[in-house]
Ligand binder design. Structure first.
Ligand code: ZN
Length: 487
């Protein structure tokens, strides 16, 4: 039976859905004002694994993953302008054009990573009414106050009746010391009060009418309102990255309890973060690598391109609650592992059955299920598959045989766990990688021939190779120690 770690109770719990056979699950999705990076891949893949496994267990899952397109989340520190609005103003675009552009790119990256689309993908900007209603409920219950057209959560009043800080384990005193958000400080009663609705400054182009002012919802409101709308006042699972525990999810709990008088979420699940050489990933650290850069290899920290399946495998090789430190070497190791798995997979699918099984086969399905039931322990699933790969290779090498029943079972188990649950594309990835490597090898070979020609002062051949490759769309740069090319 599935056990998952609940951040709220700080322990593993047996998963018991509210409605038999059905699961409601909400995961905080991306803010669409920039390209997706490795930090986006981890929650997407973690909750994709859960989504896939719950379906394997027979549940009907309604998976809601929102799109934050009201750019209230990240403000430009200098001007206090939201990033989508700023980009829109500078490039003379509709804010929705900016959001749509990045949303399309996010979807493209998710598809490359074989992340299944959620059941519902609601946009914050399409749910302003629901958010206004939610704010009104909190005001009606007396846990919020209006100040200069903005509405703030009255955290002190709330904390008298409910436990503010129960998810993050913080108390109000810690929060006061930690609060760096100076936004609206002069309007708030306490520094830890957070905005439910913000009055828009005159230059703010994303704004909506409300009973309090022309403005926009506070940054935690969309998830409370949309979770409630699509999954009900109580639902099973809410997930996201650990960096969202405070303030985002803590605030969501407060908003829901204040408005409804009770908790909404039964199991809070959080994936750990990815660091790069031990450091947090971020634009300011210069170690910010987008998924597109991983796929193309165009970043100084990358030795070469890595396929989307390598990224997926790399993330699944660690348990979702443990930290993952990224390096080019770690990705190369993941790539080797994936290749090994792909080799075993294609061997398994083409094995011929013998009269009987002459090798000890573990009960792979049982072992993998046990690992997944243990809080989605994907690295253990992968290690069981590698054990099985050794047996497959022995049979493939003719050192053992397998009966047709055992073979059919083994093939079905690999399909279930590798393709359906871990979501790894097998054959295609092999084909793609080998094609890609062949093409790269061919271009390198031509350019090496050109170097030889230059050494021999055969300028005609050297120019011919250069010109023809350029015509085909390659850009070639001569370097002291050789060459560099890109398409
Ligand atoms: Zn959220």
């Amino acid at each position: 039976m599935l056990q998952i770690y609940n951040t709220l109770t700080r322990q593993k719990e047996y998963f018991r859905p509210l409605n038999e056979g059905r699961v409601g699950m909400y995961v905080c999705g991306p803010t669409v004002y920039g390209d997706a990076h490795l930090g986006h891949a981890r929650p997407a893949i973690t909750f994709d694994l859960l989504f896939r496994y719950l379906q394997y267990l027979g549940y009907k899952v309604r998976y809601v993953r929102n799109i934050t397109d009201v750019g209230h989340l990240e403000h430009d520190a200098d001007e206090g302008e939201d990033k989508i609005a700023k980009k829109a103003r500078l490039e003379q675009l509709e804010p929705m054009e900016v959001a749509q552009y990045y949303m399309n790119r996010y979807h493209r990256d998710m598809e490359a990573l074989n992340v299944l689309p959620p059941s519902i993908e609601p946009h914050a900007s399409g749910h302003i009414m629901e958010q206004i209603e939610f704010v009104q409920k909190i005001l009606d219950k007396g846990y919020a106050y209006i100040s200069n057209g903005s509405v703030y959560m009255d955290v002190e009043k709330y904390a008298k009746d409910y436990h503010y800080g129960k998810l993050s384990g913080r108390n109000l005193q810690d929060i006061v010391t930690d609060t760096r958000d100076l936004d609206g400080q002069e309007e708030k009663r306490h520094s830890y009060d957070f905005a439910l609705w913000k009055k828009a400054a005159p230059e703010h182009i994303m704004r909506w009418k409300s009973p309090w002012s022309d403005g926009f919802p506070g940054w935690h409101m969309e998830c409370s309102a949309m979770g409630c709308k699509y999954l009900g006042e109580q639902f099973d699972i809410h997930g996201g990255g650990m960096d969202l525990i405070f303030p985002h999810h803590e605030a969501e709990i407060a908003q829901s309890c204040a408005a409804l008088g009770h908790d909404t979420v039964h199991y809070w699940m959080h994936n750990n973060m990815i660091t790069i050489a031990g450091k947090k990933m971020g634009k300011s650290y210069g170690n910010f690598i987008t998924l597109e850069q991983f796929f193309s290899g165009e970043h100084k920290l990358l030795s070469r391109p890595f396929s989307p399946m390598t990224i997926r495998f790399f993330i699944l090789m660690a348990h979702y609650r443990s930290t993952v430190d990224f390096s080019s070497e770690a990705l190369e190791a993941a790539e080797k592992g994936l290749t090994r798995m792909q080799e075993a997979y294609s061997r398994l699918m083409s094995l011929k059955a013998g009269d009987k099984t002459t090798i000890e086969l573990t009960n792979l399905r049982e072992l993998c299920t046990e690992a997944m039931d243990d809080d989605l322990n994907s690295p253990i699933v992968i290690s069981h598959l590698f054990d099985s790969a050794r047996a497959i290779n022995t049979i493939h090498d003719g050192k053992a045989t397998v009966s047709s029943d055992d073979l059919a079972q083994l093939q079905a188990t690999w399909k279930t766990f590798v393709i359906d649950i871990l979501g790894l594309r097998m054959e295609e990835a092999t084909a793609d990688d080998s094609k890609l490597n062949a093409y790269k090898g061919a271009v390198d070979m031509l350019l090496n021939l050109r170097l030889k020609a230059k050494e021999q002062k055969d300028w005609a051949t050297s120019d011919l190779i250069r010109n023809q490759l350029t015509e085909l769309g390659f850009s070639i740069k001569d370097k002291k120690d050789g060459f560099e090319w890109s398409l």
